[in-house]
Design a protein around this ligand. Structure first.
Ligand code: ZN
Length: 187
């Protein structure tokens, strides 16, 4: 299990219905890189993500309408661990076809899970909170978490990405009845 950072402060996660979740978040201007504002935002996202048992959290989910998200990959199953990471102004280039099926949930839509098709891999360009450029390829579960978080920056939630509502389940029923369960994805 990833060590939980103790800095930052816990922020309230907004739920579906709050208009901030349906807006396009704004780019972080270059003059805010390395500022207290951005470092605190990154730390708060990571802390809140861990304390609310998520693997990802986007700034609009704590009512900050900017293009920033945090995530980590626990490194269970066939996934390599990715430590807590904060991406600022990310851009994604999908690789392959959006046909990789997996279960998703969302801290802003508590209690529900649904099957979502995503790209199996994405090429990611972004900045860290200090403005250092980052570029890497994410695959599998790592790619899924990033696509889910990126969608939050455009006002899109996983329900919008479901091909149909027939796989939508409450969490308890999901634990009892869902097949092909892999990692829970609460992001
Ligand atoms: Zn979410």
């Amino acid at each position: 299990m990833t060590e939980r950072p103790l800095d930052g402060r816990h922020r309230t996660i907004v739920r579906l219905g709050d208009p901030v979740l349906r807006e396009r978040a704004q780019e972080v201007p270059a003059d805010r890189f390395g500022t207290r504002f951005l470092r605190d935002l990154g730390r708060d996202l990571v802390r809140t993500m861990f304390e609310d048992n998520g693997v990802g959290l986007a700034a609009p989910q704590i009512a900050a309408p900017v293009r920033v998200f945090a995530y980590f990959v626990p490194g269970e199953g066939d996934c390599d661990e990715v430590p807590p990471t904060v991406l600022v102004n990310p851009t994604l280039t999908p690789l392959g076809d959006p046909t990789a099926l997996g279960w998703e949930g969302c801290l802003s839509i508590p209690g529900l899970r649904g099957m979502v098709a995503r790209y199996p891999s994405v090429r990611v360009s972004a900045f860290d909170a200090d403005g250092k450029p980052l570029s890497f390829q994410a695959d599998g579960f790592h790619a899924r978490v990033i696509q889910h978080e990126y969608d939050h920056l455009d006002g899109v939630v996983f329900l919008d990405r479901m091909k149909g509502m027939d796989s939508l389940m409450f969490e308890e029923e999901w634990e009892r009845f869902a097949t092909d369960r892999d990692l829970p994805v609460e992001v």
